[in-house]
Design a protein around this ligand. Structure first.
Ligand code: IMP
Ligand code: MG
Length: 172
């Protein structure tokens, strides 16, 4: 696999994250918002996103183990890191790097619901909507893309390339 082209520049990402942060700040005024980043992929997006939100928020992380090959999720998901804050009665925003088939986010939505929060919404930097297999509502979408396999800005290929500052495509 080689990196072929830049799909999202630093500036495009920066501008879009800013817009999302303003939207979230407006929507959650007077709420008790907890952003939950889905590890590992969402760590960079979440770090930038929280700094654009002008509210008193809390941050937590969750991690799932899913069994698949290097480029897709097959559907067997288990929790490998639980959230540590008390989510009951709180407004939860699940933050993902990329939603592909939707399997991971749909599973996490149902899992978070068991803590009986006041509300659950979802946010992703990239939505590969055309590849959806499991229905899941995505409330805040950075970019709708359908450009093959992507790396950078948190996204990995076999755990590498998360540190690229731009989102790039990869090809055999
Ligand atoms: P889903 O369960 O099929 O929606 O897959 C979501 C997960 O698959 C994401 O959290 C990523 O870890 C991974 N994934 C899906 N597409 C890509 C991609 O283009 N680049 C890197 N990771 C991806
Ligand atoms: Mg991921």
């Amino acid at each position: 696999m080689d990196i072929t082209e830049t799909i999202l520049s630093k500036e495009q990402i920066h501008n879009r994250v800013d817009v999302l942060g303003r939207q979230i700040s407006a929507d959650y005024r007077d709420k008790e918002l907890i952003l939950i980043g889905i590890l590992n992929g969402a760590f960079i997006f979440l770090a930038d996103l929280v700094r654009t939100i002008e509210l008193e928020i809390e941050v937590d992380f969750i991690r799932v183990a899913s069994y698949g090959d290097a480029t897709s999720t097959t559907g067997t998901i288990t929790l490998s890191k639980k959230p540590e804050l008390d989510l009951t009665g709180k407004d939860i925003l699940l933050v993902e790097d990329i939603v592909d088939t939707g399997t991971t986010l749909a599973w996490l939505y149902d899992h978070i619901a068991t803590y009986q929060p006041a509300s659950i919404k979802t946010c992703t930097l990239i939505d590969k909507h055309e590849r959806r297999e499991t229905e899941v509502n995505v409330d805040y979408v950075g970019f709708m893309l359908n450009k093959g396999f992507l790396v950078g800005y948190g996204l990995d290929y076999a755990q590498k390339f998360r540190n690229l500052p731009e989102v790039c495509s990869m090809q055999e």
